[in-house]
Design a protein around this ligand. Structure first.
Ligand code: SF4
Ligand code: SF4
Length: 333
């Protein structure tokens, strides 16, 4: 099953979130279902600038490392699209490794270009929703092909103190109000756009799905999937905040086969091309998963060769990229 079909399936079962938040259902979903859902996708990072400073994210460290932060420019975006047209895939994600989609003032134009590609069936992105204001909501509803879009909102707890603790900024009221207003507009327009609200929690906090719905889905939009997350990848030792539970790293002995996410290609806002779109794929000082730059005179074929080399060295010589060695998102191919 591909992601587009999964999205359609979910839209028929609006109460799946109640089930998903039972831990044994979550385990079954992650171990048996998600691991089969690994058809390759592209990531296009519209911006690597973020308006939050989450304690579970590498963004604060990346910013301090001096990485140049910017929105994607037209030239880099057009080259990414050229590459995608040459090697078609059905799914494109705009989720940045670190960054916020709505910071790019050209996000609507770029998203429209992607939605207009007839072979693209599914476009997904994560946002922290702090900039999902009336103007940006209006732009979303103006998009041709909006029904191909699915969005996930990343937020912290259900009150402003928890939000400040986890996201490092006082944005709770904007986030709560924007998510409610967006779900209400979807509800009143009779749309079935699948939206998820991913609530991060500190280790000492419990949040019921009913309370989460009262906070973020006051209109009762049926296709909003609310989930909570209490444990985080330690991002190769980068994350050690006292309020967080960290997931025990997976021993690299279990990483017998290359990770399925090595099939994903990310076009970064600065023109770099990377494998895998997850937050751990790019950490300060490590470029094992970087496979090219759109400004270099590399052909798309040469970039894809580099992708094959990394997978091949993992399969044949057990040379595992540094960031993958203990990554808890690993999925065997
Ligand atoms: S998790 Fe997302 S919102 Fe938070 S700092 Fe990282 S990129 Fe920004
Ligand atoms: S192991 Fe982790 S970092 Fe490596 S490709 Fe898989 S998800 Fe990405």
């Amino acid at each position: 099953m591909n992601r587009a079909s999964l999205r359609k399936l979910f839209s028929h079962f609006p109460l799946l979130d109640e089930l998903y938040n039972l831990s044994f259902i979550k385990n079954i979903y992650q171990r048996f279902f998600l691991s089969n859902l690994t058809e390759p996708q592209y990531y296009i990072e519209l911006s690597n600038v973020c308006n939050a400073e989450c304690v579970f994210c590498s963004y604060p460290a990346i910013r301090k490392s001096g990485k140049k932060l910017s929105n994607i420019n037209d030239e880099i975006f057009d080259r990414s699209i050229e590459f995608i047209k040459q090697h078609k895939r059905q799914t494109v994600s705009l989720t940045p490794t670190t960054g916020e989609v709505f910071i790019d003032p050209q996000w609507q134009k770029h998203l429209q270009t992607i939605l207009d590609l007839d072979f693209v069936e599914y476009v997904h992105f994560y946002t922290n929703a702090a900039l999902l204001n009336g103007q940006n909501r209006k732009k979303l509803f103006q998009l041709r092909g909006f029904e191909k879009v699915s969005m996930s909102f990343s937020t912290g707890g259900i009150d402003k103190i928890t939000y400040r603790l986890l996201f490092g900024k006082d944005l709770f009221h904007e986030v709560k109000s924007n998510i409610n207003a967006f779900l209400s507009e979807l509800h009143h327009r009779g749309l079935k756009i699948r939206v998820s609200v991913d609530i991060k929690l500190p280790k000492d906090q419990i949040c019921s799905i009913a309370d989460a719905k009262r906070t973020y889905n006051q209109c009762g939009y049926k296709y909003a999937f609310i989930k909570t997350r209490k444990a985080f990848d330690n991002l190769s030792g980068l994350i050690a905040h006292s309020s967080l539970d960290v997931i025990k790293p997976i021993s690299s002995r279990r990483h017998q086969r290359p990770c399925a996410y090595l099939n994903d290609i990310r076009f970064a806002a600065n023109g770099e091309v990377w494998l895998c779109g997850c937050v751990i794929s790019e950490l300060p000082g490590n470029e094992d998963l970087k496979i090219g730059h759109l400004n270099d005179l590399q052909t798309s074929q040469e970039i894809l060769e580099r992708q094959k080399d990394i997978s091949g060295r993992w399969s044949h010589d057990r040379i595992i990229p540094h960031n993958c060695q203990e990554c808890t998102w690993y999925v065997a191919r």
